[in-house]
Every structure is written in C-alpha cells, then in structure tokens.
Design a protein around this ligand. Structure first.
Ligand SMILES: [Zn+2]
Length: 175
C-alpha cells in the first residue's frame, strides 16, 4: 500500500469522505499518466488501490465510496482508466468485482481507446472481458454513452436501486 492510499483510508475512516476531486479540468484530459503535483486528490489508479484495500479487508462502505468516487472522477475529468490500472484491478479483485466492471465499461466507451500496447500488456481474461463489452455495445446495449452509477452498486433489487437513485438526485441538488 502506498502512502497516498493509506492517507486516503485514514481520512475516510475519520471524516467518512475521500479526498475531493480537483475542480479544474486538466489541460491533458485523457492522459492519465501525466503527472500531477496536486497531492490532494486521487486519480483512478489511486482510487483503485484504495478499493482493492477495501476489498481485501472487507469494508463494504469504503468499497461503495470508492466506486462513487471513481464514477465522479470519470465524469468530471473526462478520463479513462489506463491499461495498467485495469491490469492491477484484474490481478487483485474477484471476477464479480463491480469496480472491474466500471473500469472496463468506461474504457470501452470508445473503440479508439484500445492500443496495441494495451493488448500486449493484458491477460487473456482482460481481453475476453473487453471484447465481451464491445460485443454488448455493438448489439445495442442500453449502457452506451450513458452509464448508470447504480449498475455498479450491486443493489439486491430494483426497489433498493430506485431508493439509491432518489437519494443521489437529492444530494446533487443540494450540491
Ligand atoms: Zn445505487
């Protein structure tokens, strides 16, 4: 675990919130590997690390919060996860993982995201999942271009999902 991951966890433990996302959009949107000196926020690689930590030590609330944060990060920063982040997630999270699902769905939002370098880096499992997602999109999945955060919450039923959506809408209005 890195210092940044640990700090984020401690903050979450005491404040019940994760570091805020940056308000300004990076001039290099899309280039997640571009280095930032701003230590106060987590990028998707770091959020994934915190999520892996939450998964390993079975902390469901932190697991959920990191998914919420990842979703918000993708929305505000217009970034996609790097091939390295996806590799790390697949190496450390179970195949039922909702974060893995979110990362792949986000990555697959554009076919132009796939590079030969990514393909070389990835295991058969990752390539299989990415390919399956593209197949879903081509076949007209409702998720295309409009991902729903609740699809990554693992809600037990539609009622719970609706409740969560209502709560989030209310919060967004408050923000
Ligand atoms: Zn939800």
């Amino acid at each position: 675990m890195t210092r940044k991951t640990f700090d984020a966890f401690v903050d979450w433990l005491y404040l019940r919130s994760l570091p805020n996302l940056p308000k300004q959009k990076s001039p290099h949107a899309g280039d997640e590997l571009s280095h930032t000196d701003d230590e106060s926020f987590l990028n998707s690689h770091e959020i994934t690390k915190v999520h892996i930590f939450a998964d390993r030590y079975d902390i469901p609330d932190l697991r959920r919060d990191t998914i919420d944060m990842m979703f918000a990060y993708f929305k505000s920063e217009k970034k996609i996860p790097t091939a390295e982040t996806i590799t790390m997630a697949f190496g450390s999270l179970p195949d039922t993982s909702l974060l893995r699902k979110l990362l792949v769905h986000r990555y697959c939002e554009s076919i132009s995201n796939v590079t030969p370098e990514d393909e070389l880096l990835w295991t058969h499992e990752i390539l299989h999942v990415v390919l399956a997602r593209y197949r879903e999109i081509i076949q007209g999945s409702r998720y295309l271009l409009d991902l729903d955060l609740c699809d990554y919450h693992g809600h037990a039923n539609e009622k719970e999902k609706k409740k969560c959506q209502k709560k989030r809408e209310a919060q967004e209005q408050y923000d």
